[in-house]
Write a protein that binds this ligand. Sequence first.
Ligand code: GCU
Length: 597
Amino acid sequence: MDETSENYVADIHNAGYESEYTKTMLDHRRLITIAGRESESLNGKWFFHADPYDTCRRAKWFKEIRHDGNGAEQPVDWDFDAWERISVPDTWNIRERELFYFEGSGIYVRDFCYVPKETGERPFLCFEGASYETSVFLNGIFAGTHDGGSTPFTVDIGDLVKANRQNRLLVVVDARRSRFRIPMDNTDWFNYGGLYRGVYLIRTPKDYIKDWFLRLVPDGTFSKIRLDCGVSGRGKILLEIPELGVRQEAAIAADGSCVFSPGPGKLILWSPDNPKLYDVSLSFHSEGGGTDRVTDRVGFREIRAKGQHILLNGKKIFLKGISVHEDHYLLGKTTNPEIVRATIRDLKEMNGNYLRLAHYPHDRCFARIADEEGVLLWEEIPVYWAVAFHHQNTYRDAENQLCELILRDRNRASVIIWSVGNENADTKDRLVFMSNLVQKARTLDETRLVSAACLVNTTKLKIEDPLSAFLDVTGVNEYYGWYERDFGKLSAILANSDPEKPVIITEFGGGARSGQRGTADDLFSEDCQKALYQKQVEMFKQYPFIAGLSPWILYDFRCPRRFNRYQEGYNRKGLIDADRKTKKAAFYVMQAFYRER
Ligand code: GCU
């Protein structure tokens, strides 16, 4: 290190500066349950500046040192309170024209006053999603760094926050893509940056509920409920489900679980036709005397794979779905309940019951609303395309995002499938990497199906992937009629395949600019897209091992790899235009197909 050289200057000779900010990682081990707690929003206007060279972290601007050791004022290069202000949550790419393609670091600064409510309480900062790497500083002190652009993280600020006075919160969000991150640096979607989901403060008692998981025991009896609960401190858990007459002091077993039965015939199972949710409350009475209480609304249902079928509550179900990105032409990657409800309305107008939330964890509100609306969900981590499967840190990043997703959503009945990736080449490193992720998912959640969107074996013209042996359901992406024009190959693939497990066609489709008319052979015309969809669904009818579909994709979405005259920076495979209003002809092909199913 050049620190020993006699002309060393910290502000310029700081090549290895990042190592300082990876000493404290805000990963799933520090994540505490947020749902059902009172929270104080820190959303709104924050001071902001783009920081292309990451100078704030290099030169430690967050310390706000304006004077030297002798008290003389120094020339500084920052002026936080004089900067423009930007909204949180939001994506800077959309809000600031000159930042449309900016993928560096952004510095967010705001003050907040912290007034303790109870003696011994523990304050936490909660971030619902920031893309991609986020370093948090409070009152000039580094609090930790989170890796991952779509999952929540929490920061215990008990030792850093100052009571009854203004606290300076500075957050650096680095949106750079990297070969060694999840996703890696080449994807087919727009890399939005920033604090694009909510930031807020929550308080817990000194001893608190860290995480919990309440679900139907998947033993085919639909009668037993299991609670797992992780706590900080020692004490007793009281579980209450009033409508089921459950008021149960749960003696948490050594493995953190307790199983009980609400009594025969009492439980109304959750399903798309009857999305029944129960009010639940969990109270943790700690030996120290405090009580931590969280509430939620939970649906109880069982999902399982049996032979080539998927069973919901013991009955075969066909997943009538479509894929969606978290991409909005006015909001970028930021979403809200109104947008989610509009998406579900469009799905139901298509006679659908299922959505593939591609290719990363969507906002927390999506699964909560899907619970209420009776929509089944596939949720996924962005182990996408040519990930650095040989790289230890890459695996750690993937596994951490998977844990954060599952810890966030495993109490959501609508979520039936965890996906560990999309379209990855079949190599030894990939098989080890993804089978380990599958194993990790099962240790956190024994109740859901685990899958991945795989590619067909184009040499054998067959649905065959070594990863399938580890999965409950095999996702298959195929673009016959588009990237590969010869439908005969699709016909051969389906005829050659007799998979042991259910298959979901997780992607098929083609591009069309809404309003572009032509023949079935005119690429990017609605007529070409419609003809392709008609041929695809016609073929699926003959194969019972196909247990569901999620064609690519519901809405056109921004993509900086798509620049022909029809695309103009958008991937146009949507069945609805990016305006989220204009439906293309192929929409009605899926609507009719799902009506018949
Ligand atoms: C792939 C990929 C999608 C992509 C799509 C396309 O299958 O999974 O993310 O957008 O194809 O080419 O449009």
